[in-house]
Design a protein around this ligand. Structure first.
Ligand code: TEU
Length: 554
């Protein structure tokens, strides 16, 4: 049985709701994904990660699962899923499903039975008595704002929800929950799914239920006491029986030490992990709803630390900038105007030449930008809508609250995919109102136009993906940080057997000089974002705005 080589692979993430609306109801759907498989094949991706499309009331756009075994009719049917798997396979593309096992929807049958008082199902969740003083069991905060506990009068108890109130947490300490989860994974393995992304999977093992006087409670449930036991069990009982299956865990606020184990080459848990520390350099600690300039030095330090230390521990990272929860990277760390194309290409190079499996979020390969919404009526994300209210309750003015949402809202990445310059960017028919507004810059930024241009961002991402496939140094090489103290250059060396690669990225919109002690004899520049490329002169490398180059020697 062929073992998946996820180190040579690239994953393309699709948020189906915003990808392509084949039946013109304003919502993207699975038949829309089928109809765009040739586009993804053209890009060169090997896997498609689909965010959840199971039956759900959509309070959290599918991350509130009502039925793991059936398809939400908004997205399509089981037959559509089976056809998608078949058609993707014909193109050498494998499917990675997004499994949300930390919590379910409050409309899931397990929770409904729990709320009817069935003791078997009540133990599928965390129902606990409040404190004597009438407060919830602990002072933990939901990641979507407010308390992480909801009071149920008829039980005189609270239930735990780390996310929305409609997303009660599952009690993984109950082996019946674990067995049900195993059944779900085996069912989709049986359908030919060759990848799984496990949503906030490092939150499933809760520790002590105590008040947190140092934070929002996450230290009591993040990387919890039984997390490795539960992941090993899930591995052994399901996906670990098929060497072709690739798995990735979304590790919220995790530690590097735990990730050595989560994604270690022979620890028997997962293939790789997402961690988010590099995407908090424009936060105040874990606090996202603030305006803080991105700290480039911190970004570089975090990425290099994770890269070098995971390498030393033979553990594997997913490497990425974007997903459906993050703002668009070209708006966040690049330039939306004068150097839009150069910066988008530079940001792509940073990720794709790192040691890890790269993930491309739909539209990133086109340089799609943040939504630019100006009114709360345009927002759809429960987290953003809650925090727009909370920010103003904390005393911020409405304009200041809008400024924060415009930078940090998850809706920034959830505007419809921009296919062409026709009405609604070709996402849906011209006379259909999309579920969320299309970014008006689709006239300038769209797939059809970029697939015609040799120097487009799309064409550049095709080359990045091809380089990973063709040069072993990218997938298997070690990584040595360069320019560690330079204020705007992010450079690193990759080496493997007789191959050597120097990757240079300038994160700023003005020329800069980098004093180097590199000898480029025998190297060729195999890719860059300017029509020509600069060479070091006498120990100094003059780099142009957002310049990126890949120098390679064999
Ligand atoms: O995300 C968990 C997560 O860490 C982010 O939602 C983050 O907490 C939030 O954006 C605040 O920064 C996963 C899914 O990716 C997300 O879409 C879901 O909303 C969430 O879990 C609950 O399932």
């Amino acid at each position: 049985m062929e073992t998946a080589d996820f180190k040579k692979s690239t994953v393309y993430q699709i948020y189906p709701k915003s990808f392509y609306d084949s039946n013109h109801d304003g919502l993207g759907d699975l038949r829309g994904v089928i109809q765009k498989l040739d586009y993804i094949k053209e890009l060169g991706a090997d896997y498609i990660w689909l965010t959840p499309f199971f039956v759900s009331p959509q309070n959290d756009n599918g991350y509130d699962v009502e039925d793991y075994y059936n398809i939400d009719p908004r997205y399509g049917t089981m037959e559509d899923v089976e056809e998608l798997i078949r058609e993707a396979d014909k193109r050498g593309i494998r499917l990675m499903f997004d499994m949300v096992f930390n919590h379910v929807s409050n409309r899931h049958e397990w929770f409904k039975k729990a709320m009817e008082g069935d003791p078997y199902y009540k133990n599928f969740f965390f129902f606990k008595k409040g404190k004597e003083n009438g407060e919830p069991p602990t002072n933990w905060e939901s990641k979507f704002g407010g308390s992480a506990w909801e009071y149920v009068e008829k039980f005189d108890e609270y239930y735990l929800h780390l996310f929305d109130v409609t997303q009660p947490d599952l009690n993984w300490d109950n082996e019946n929950v674990r067995k049900e989860v195993q059944n779900v994974v085996r069912f989709w393995m049986g359908k030919g799914v060759k990848g799984f992304r496990f949503d906030v999977v490092n939150l499933i093992s809760k520790g002590q239920f105590e008040d947190d006087y140092e934070g929002d409670g996450r230290r009591f449930y993040t990387d919890g006491p039984n997390i490795h036991k539960y992941l090993k069990e899930l591995h052994d009982m399901t996906f670990g029986t098929d060497a072709e299956i690739v798995t990735v865990g979304e590790m919220s606020s995790t530690s590097m030490e735990n990730c050595y184990q989560y994604a270690g080459a022979d620890t028997g848990e997962l293939s790789m992990v997402f961690n988010f520390h590099h995407l908090k350099v424009d936060f105040m600690g874990n606090e996202k709803w603030v305006l803080v300039p991105a700290d480039f030095g911190k970004l570089k330090q975090i990425l290099f630390d994770w890269q070098t230390q995971m390498s030393e521990h033979h553990a594997w990272n997913a490497v990425f900038w974007c997903n459906h929860d993050q703002p668009r990277v070209v708006s966040r760390f690049g330039s939306e105007d004068k150097y839009w194309k150069e910066s988008a290409k530079m940001l792509g190079t940073v990720i794709h030449m790192l040691r890890g499996t790269p993930y491309i979020y739909q539209g990133e390969e086109l340089g799609m930008t943040n939504a630019g919404f100006t009114d709360i009526s345009q927002y759809r994300d429960v987290e953003s809508i809650n925090h727009f209210r909370i920010l103003q309750e904390k005393g911020l003015t409405e304009p200041d609250a809008y400024r924060i949402l415009q930078i940090h809202s998850r809706d920034n990445s959830r505007t419809p995919m921009q296919w062409n310059a026709s009405t609604n960017a070709g996402f849906t028919s011209g006379d259909t109102k999309p579920w969320i507004s299309v970014n008006p810059n689709y006239i300038k930024i769209n797939a059809e136009q970029q697939m015609r241009e040799d120097d487009s961002i799309f064409a550049y991402y095709q080359k990045l993906i091809r380089i990973r496939k063709e040069l072993d140094v990218v997938a298997y090489g070690d990584i040595i940080p360069l320019a560690k103290d330079h204020p705007s250059v992010f450079a690193y060396r990759r080496s493997y057997q007789n191959e050597d690669m120097i990757v240079v990225n300038h994160f700023y919109g003005k020329d800069t000089d980098w004093k180097i002690d590199l000898d480029l004899t025998g190297y060729d520049c195999i890719l860059g974002n300017y029509s020509d490329y600069t060479k070091p002169q006498g120990g100094t490398w003059r780099l142009r705005p957002y310049e990126t180059m890949i120098w390679y020697r064999k």
